[in-house]
Design a protein around this ligand. Sequence first.
Ligand code: LMR
Length: 399
Amino acid sequence: FFGGVTYTPPDAIFELTKTYNADPDIRKVNLGQGTYKDENGNPWILPAVQAAKEKIKEANHEYLPILGLGSFRTLATELVFGKASSAVQERRVASCQALSGTGALHVAGKMLYKALGRKTTVYITKPSWSNHRQVFESVGFPVQEFVYSSDSTNGVDMSSFLKTLKDAAPKSILVLHASAHNPTGWDPTPEQWKAIGVVVKERQLFPLFDAAYLGMTSGDYDKDAFAIRYFVEELSLEVGVCLSFAKSMGLYGERVGLCAFVSQTSTATEAVESALAQLIRVEISNPPAFGARIVAAVLADEEIRAEWARNLVTMSSRIAEMRWQLYEGLNQLGTPGDWKRITEQKGMFCILGLTPDQVLHLQKEHHIYMAESSRVSIAGLNWSNVKYVADCIDTTIRG
Ligand code: LMR
């Protein structure tokens, strides 16, 4: 039966974590997978999450409804769009709980396939998160990349971006990174988001926001949700949002996320939600409860929610601090290259601009792990290793 199955190479980013974990060298540094680490390089269980877990410890293990935990869906929807959002008030948001960001993207893809058909092109940025292309191709869509950023623009390449949107067929799907673009760390400015939104509207494109890093970028959830809210409230657009709580609450392994669609009418919303329920029933019957209960407990309790807001600031400011330390380290060494962008980019990631050979050299000789593209997860840096990393990048570049 399986003679025709060819070998599929393992996922590069998970493979990197595996190699890092197996490395016995005490100097090792993991700048690969985007997971937040504390000052000592350890996973961080957010104090807000600890408090929420206390609150839910009596919960039983019955099935959740097909669309997920009701309180989670309501609170997460209000979190993203804002409680006062017209879409929320007018019941124009259809939602279902999803298996974190990836599960949300997949169910969103399935929903859009139903709504728009298989000939619809999905546009993703170049570069983009390594999973985007295969998620949408697995649903059956053709996927096309467009140049997103370049060294010459020192940020988002708006002329490439807007040209792509103007040339795209109406009803094409545009995958947008709501904040903290993965992997480049370049986000559109508010003015650039407005320009993008106007053309999305003119061209009747469907914006699908991958919202994996809200709150982690600036430490302020509302600020990070600017683009989503601008599209919905100011431009009255229909949008999709794929939300993850992996990063923002450190709930990586709990796989808790939300897939939400804003429609123009509550009737359309009801239909979309009924279709989402069928998609979930077919795929996983009903979603896992633990993570959703934690998120709901954080968001429902004023004190725990305020603690979470502080935890977001702790994470985002530690990352910002490490960006400065890495920049200062390379600057002081006079390392050839343009490093200022390390401090200008946002979120967990930054592309250093090293060659694959240099990346491999850092791994083999210095036990510093990063993606082949030289994307680094800044969260893996701390006061104990940042100087070592800067020194090793310096010697590697100088050959
Ligand atoms: C990453 O980009 O490193 C993270 O989003 C983890 C993943 O699943 O790829």
